[in-house]
Design a protein around this ligand. Structure first.
Ligand code: GLA
Length: 717
């Protein structure tokens, strides 16, 4: 094969090599560490796989699309047919284009009835690989597409372990380590939303990879609908990672000339551990995906009404909450569920997007204006894709929902999913939402979505989750076009719609309904593999958590909310005065450091398992904020020293404790007094803080400490 058949993309120490000779089946030869000045033709010889006894008579190298019909026993990535026929086909390269740093490989089958186009690009600044795929029916008959994975990536055999992310409502981003065995690791999401259970991403790694060393690769399917991801270890020793949309039977039928656009995959490889992966993913999200509204604007402190009042709305208490929220430092006031139609509980009114005259007899304009007078933005909650059967909307349009003929819907929060692919449904929602936004000068929407959709039948028939997901994107895009400054939060029973496709058109994620600060530490740590602190909504909840029943001190609740996009939904009217003072001080601290928290590089620190610690270090390494939370009682009398990561070893840092502001250690003198850490602090060498560490004060479990590190000039040192 001539050199012209080998194509390569390279950035930030990683390289992708694709073999795509015209008329041949293309394949990925390499994705991993850069190969330097290697003549890429060497890879063909270096990777030559011999024929062995008891196997195929020639070595079959799995293709780019991994189409059924290759003649391997591997789980395929692309399966389709025409009325049961034409299921076996091979896609051969017809053209390769290199345009604006991207590599576009187009392939067709022998009879030219099908075109597959895969676009690869590697971002210059982060090394993040993006993959997009489009499939076109060139034939004269309908084509039934069963699945079209966006990416099937060969993994280096040393990747014998994986991290997988998922969980449950109010328990998102639980991180699970999987030892890869012979066979398949598969996660399928059929929830009709990104889902709590199966976050569409995983990290492949070696068994010894840790935060700062070792080979690893992160993969994410940027999609808010159904998904399938898998890692397959073949008996022949090869391992493949595969990600794509999960299609229901008959969901995708392409008429002649029609195309299927698969969700994109973003992926990144690193030889330097998990921290480098997160850093690249987080940076990529900020520089390539988020709208500058979110990536550049200072993230205001939220007050959200949900846990304070639930459905018990009244103008008086709303105004009282707004006043006390402004008093402690809120900058945005978000009116949650319960303000519209007959929505006095979760059984009625969803879909009736007009202000309830029963509750707000004088409307909401005066309240929204008062919120602004108090110095806060006004935000409001919608759940556009859903309808309660007990609503005017449903009574008028019972045919507007997704259902499956002959199968009864399984109840889910008393609501049904509207079929957004019907133009009249999307038009109704656009008009209703837009009217409220305009009339109340709303600057922020909390866009919720609170049920799984297991029967997504369009008019009771063909499954429609793909079209539904695209229609959702179109609706949000239309609203943003009409109101370019409007910011949107993606919420779905907490964090069931957190992905890079929704973040292309929204500005914040509601990470979880769980405001228990301890569980939030874990949830936010899991989420940090893919999402930066600036998009992760994190609220101070009530002293006794509504989800877990656990009682937690204000200091810990504040310390947890600071490391995110801070907000609160505690009922400020019932908190003790002393706690309100602590909250106010915590909000002031967040405001002082949010520039660093939202622009710096986040490092998950490695500690004993009864601690969770992290550091956020500014890009120039001049400043850092370090948090350490003691989750449980220490089995030893003294905690270990905390080693900070990401500092400049050659600089010296003035180190002070900035949170909490008192009652830190069980006994004294401790390191707090020895280093005057609550006072002037002490100056320590970066190398010492990183390689020797700082002794943590012995304290009760369920407590946090936050250090501020500031590099000192030579004179001061
Ligand atoms: C979901 C959200 C909550 C709240 C309620 C309102 O559960 O995650 O934050 O908005 O809906 O019904």
């Amino acid at each position: 094969m001539g050199a012209s058949a080998l194509f390569s993309l390279e950035a930030q120490g990683s390289q992708l090599v694709i073999s795509a000779a015209t008329g041949e089946v293309p394949r990925i030869l390499h994705w991993g560490a850069s190969l330097g000045s290697t003549d890429l033709n060497e890879l063909e010889v270096l990777g030559f796989r011999q024929v062995v006894h008891g196997g195929p008579g020639r070595s079959v190298e799995p293709s780019l699309a991994h189409e059924a019909g290759q003649g391997t026993g591997f789980p395929p990535g692309l399966t389709l047919h025409r009325g049961g026929d034409d299921w076996a086909f091979l896609l051969k390269t017809v053209s390769v284009e290199q345009r604006d740093g991207a590599l576009i490989v187009s392939t067709e089958d022998e009879r030219r009835t099908l075109r597959h186009r895969a676009t690869f690009s590697i971002a210059e600044k982060t090394g993040v690989l993006s993959v997009a795929v489009e499939l076109e029916n060139l034939g004269a008959e309908e084509l039934m597409l069963d699945q079209c994975a966006t990416l099937t990536m060969p993994l280096d055999g040393q990747m014998n372990s994986a991290l997988s992310f998922g969980g449950r409502w109010s328990g998102e981003f639980q991180t699970e380590e999987i030892d890869l065995y012979r066979g398949s690791f598969v996660r399928e999401n059929r929830a009709g939303r990104t889902s709590h259970e199966n976050f569409p991403a995983f990290i492949a790694k070696t068994s010894s990879t840790d935060e700062t060393s070792g080979a690893c690769a992160a993969f994410h399917l940027a999609w808010s609908g159904n998904s399938r991801m898998r890692i397959d270890r073949q008996p022949d020793g090869r391992t493949y990672a595969q990600l794509g949309e999960l299609l229901f039977p008959g969901e995708m039928v392409l008429k002649p000339g029609e195309r299927y656009e698969a969700p994109s995959v973003v992926a990144v490889w690193s030889g330097e551990g998990l921290g480098a992966l997160s850093h690249a993913m987080q940076r990529h999200l900020r520089s390539e995906i988020l709208d500058p509204r979110a990536s550049e604007k200072v993230r205001p402190v939220h007050y959200n009404t949900w846990e304070a009042v639930y459905f018990d709305h009244s103008p008086e208490q709303l105004l009282a909450l707004a006043e006390s929220a402004a008093e402690v430092g809120a900058e945005r006031f978000v009116l949650d569920d319960g303000w519209f139609g007959s929505r006095r509980n979760d059984q009625a009114g969803l879909g009736d997007w007009w202000i309830s005259e029963e509750v707000y007899t004088d409307g909401l304009t005066a309240i929204a204006d008062r919120v602004r007078d108090l110095g806060m933005e006004f935000g409001i909650w919608f759940e556009p894709e859903m309808v309660n059967p007990d609503s005017d909307l449903y009574r008028l349009h019972p045919d507007w929902v997704l259902t499956a003929r002959d199968v009864e819907d399984v109840p889910f929060r008393n609501q049904l999913t509207l079929d957004l692919s019907k133009r009249e449904v999307s038009d109704y929602l656009f008009t209703a939402i837009e009217k409220i936004v305009r009339e109340l000068s709303v600057s922020y929407i909390k866009w919720d979505m609170n049920r799984d959709t297991h029967h997504p039948g369009h008019d009771g028939g063909r499954a429609s989750m793909h079209r539904q997901t695209r229609a959702l994107y179109a609706l949000i895009d239309r609203l943003r076009e009409a109101h370019p400054d409007l910011e949107i939060e993606s919420c779905s029973s907490g964090g069931a719609r957190t992905d890079y496709a929704i973040l292309k058109r929204t500005d914040r994620l509601w990470t979880s309904d769980n405001n228990d600060a301890l569980e939030r530490q874990q949830i936010q740590r899991g989420a940090s593999h893919f999402f930066p602190l600036r998009v992760l909504g994190s609220h101070v909840g009530p002293k006794v958590c509504h989800i877990t029943g656990r009682t937690l001190q204000m200091e810990l609740r504040v310390a947890t909310a600071i490391f995110g996009h801070m907000g609160m939904e505690v009922d400020l009217r019932t908190e003790e005065r002393q706690d309100l003072e602590v909250l106010k001080a915590g909000i002031a601290l967040y405001k002082e450091h949010r520039g660093l928290l939202h622009a710096g590089r986040q490092h998950r620190l490695e500690t004993d398992p009864w601690y969770i610690a992290q550091a956020v270090v500014s890009e120039d390494k001049g400043e850092a904020l370090v948090s350490s939370v003691k989750m449980e009682r220490d089995p030893f009398t003294h905690p270990q020293r905390l080693r900070v990561a990401g500092l400049d070893p050659d600089r010296r840092y003035r180190t002070r404790i900035v949170w909490p502001q008192s009652s830190l250690s069980l006994t004294s003198p401790s390191v707090v007094e020895a280093g005057d850490l609550l006072g002037e602090g002490s100056v320590f060498q970066g190398a010492a803080l990183m390689n020797f560490g700082i002794q943590l004060p012995a304290n009760f479990p369920q407590t946090a400490v936050i250090y501020h590190l500031s590099a000192v000039s030579d004179g001061e040192a």
